[in-house]
Ligand binder design. Sequence first.
Ligand SMILES: [Mn+2]
Length: 411
Amino acid sequence: MLISHISDIHLGYAQFNLTEREQDIYYAFEEAVDKSISEHADLVLLAGDIFHTPRPSGSSIVKLANELKRFREASIPVYFILGEHDISRIKDTPVPYLFDNIRLAKRLEDNQPRREGKLTLFGFNKERRSNMESMLQKFQITQQLAMQYKETHDSKNILVLHQGLVEFNKFAGELSARDLPKGFDYYAMGHYHDHLEETFSSLAGGEHTGLIAYPGSLDLTPSDGLKDVEKGFFLTDMSAHEPRVNWIKLEHRRQLITSDINYKTMQDELLALIKNTQSFKRKPIVVLKILGEKINPKIVATSLMKLNDSCLHYVWHAAESLNSAPEIYQGRPVDIEGELYRLTKETLDSDELAAFAIEEILPAASTGDSRLTLDIVWNVYSSSKRNKRLSSPNNNLRTRTDEHREDSLSG
Ligand SMILES: [Mn+2]
């Protein structure tokens, strides 16, 4: 059986607030669906962060519906779990559940395994760091069930999770691979936006090994920063003794060019850059580092206007050796959204809090809906108080030295 394992789609996210960038994510998802269908995947797993926000736009909901319809027309069942981006802090039905209700996709619920041919699927929605203890308790049952299915059904077991593991990132992980329930051949992960995979002996039980695999996000999101990286998803073959992963690179993504430009020869270098962009199907995003001395931001900004016709968006910063003054932003061509995210993260010292402030509080507060804003804050406050009470010292909780550190790699 061939499994299409897709994660961190972030439908609805529009980098730089550009509709073209929102569309790019839709195209990336389409490409993943196209390839899953043409390669005859038997099953699709969406491992969380389907939408970028818990209150997705109409366009992104319709986009998901259309792609799920294509899977249904190809008779390929789709299973999903939620990531933190899909889950609202205020009590509400998560939007992706709609697609379970209308039977375009199936939601995986805690310790309710689903059978698909020789496979047994388990899945959990994202649990926050503060709820790890209850998740670990549920995992004890998961492990028992998984072992039972192996014995009685000769099953291949798959666990779908949206969590960070410390083995891949010391600070961003909430769990260790050792904490995962054993008895699984394939751990279909979401959360980290980079493509990662590693085999852990003893996870599957018996002479088997368990494979932990993160396909990474389908495009750049605020937590990725601006970097030129490949994105893709897995087509994992479960028919052999051990799972065989095949990471499929998305080929039609918009290009991101990072380039160092010398201030002195800036004009010529920019012309060469423009010439270089002519061969691209879609106008690229350009990230420039201007090198030199006595860099005049006004001259740079004016010169870069040349790029307007050939680039979708450009971002630049000056790397001046003598300049140690605090950053002053001149003109518009800076990555405002990225900066907002970076500064918020710096101030709050937490990726999770920064995401909460920017993606949940800010949208509510900027509509002027103080009631909703207050509800969101109150909800988080009361649930964290509840968790503190539950985790009193007598409860014999494990602590980690890095407990206060939050996700830095995730999104
Ligand atoms: Mn994500």
